[in-house]
Design a protein around this ligand. Structure first.
Ligand code: SF4
Length: 269
């Protein structure tokens, strides 16, 4: 059961899996000027949903097997939205100089390897591929065994800032299967909502360009080209509307109770 109480630009969430309960609050500014203002709420939502499904999996006797030190999945092609690319660019900029050089160097090496394998053009266009083409590209990418530039000792070195897709990816299988994901042994856990897709849906408010798909490795290799989002006055939106849309688009409607404190509306969906 997921219970949501929204008060303007703030929402309290309670997620129950049997006796286990997770609680959290997500909020956005009064006036949203770009998706950058929404990303923290999307990440908080994603983490709550991931914790909730982790509780549910454990209760069902099939605990999530993802753990620090297993970075097998960190050789996959990770899709970002431009808002996430900008955030990661800022994260890389904030690294100490030698770390920044190492991370960018790794990313450029991955880009060179992709170029050498004839995959770079497809990777750049991943957002325009159909689902079959994306699957095939994902398999070819993984087969190259290219580590994410943020992977250190098989652990994510930017855990708190990791992309939404990384937050959502949870499995219950033996980790050995994650090293051979095409072998059919990977069993993912279905979250009760996906904030990446919800954020992409919201992106149309701020311009079609915000819906582009940016591969993580390109965002890091070309981090200098990612700048803060333009703050166009005509692209602002009331925070309470944005939060309502984000929640509705993120959290699965079934078994979710929404309460809007301002309107008094209470709808079981
Ligand atoms: S950002 Fe972190 S979690 Fe995501 S692929 Fe890279 S190392 Fe793995």
């Amino acid at each position: 059961m997921i219970w949501i109480l929204r008060r303007g630009t703030t929402a309290d969430l309670r997620l129950s899996a049997g006796p286990r309960r997770r609680e959290g609050t997500v909020c956005v500014p009064e006036t949203v000027e770009s998706l950058d203002d929404v990303l923290p709420a999307a990440r908080d939502l994603s983490d709550l949903l991931a914790d909730h499904v982790t509780d549910a999996a454990e209760r069902a006797g099939t605990p999530v097997s993802c753990t620090k030190g297993c970075g097998a999945c960190c050789r996959q092609l990770v899709p970002l939205l431009p808002v996430e690319a900008r955030h990661l660019s800022a994260v890389v900029d904030d690294l100490p100089e030698h770390r920044r050089a190492v991370v960018r160097g790794r990313a450029r090496a991955v880009v060179e390897a992709l170029d050498g394998a004839g995959l770079l053009a497809s990777v750049r266009q991943v957002g325009e591929l159909d689902s079959r083409e994306r699957r095939e590209l994902g398999a070819s990418y993984f087969e190259l065994g290219l580590s994410c530039p943020f992977l250190e000792d098989e652990a994510c070195s930017i855990h708190a800032d990791r992309p939404l897709k990384c937050r959502d990816y949870l499995v219950i299988n033996d980790p050995m299967h994650c090293r051979e994901p095409l072998g059919g042994g990977v069993v993912g856990v279905a979250l009760r909502g996906h904030s990446w897709a919800a954020l992409r849906e919201l992106a149309s408010v701020f311009g079609a360009d915000e819906k582009r798909v940016v591969p993580l490795v390109l965002a890091v290799a070309e981090a200098e080209s990612w700048h803060p989002a333009p703050k166009a006055a005509d692209a602002t939106a009331p925070g309470q509307d944005v939060l309502a849309r984000l929640l509705a688009a993120t959290v699965e409607a079934d078994r979710t109770e929404h309460v809007d404190e301002q309107s008094g509306a209470n709808n079981h969906q």
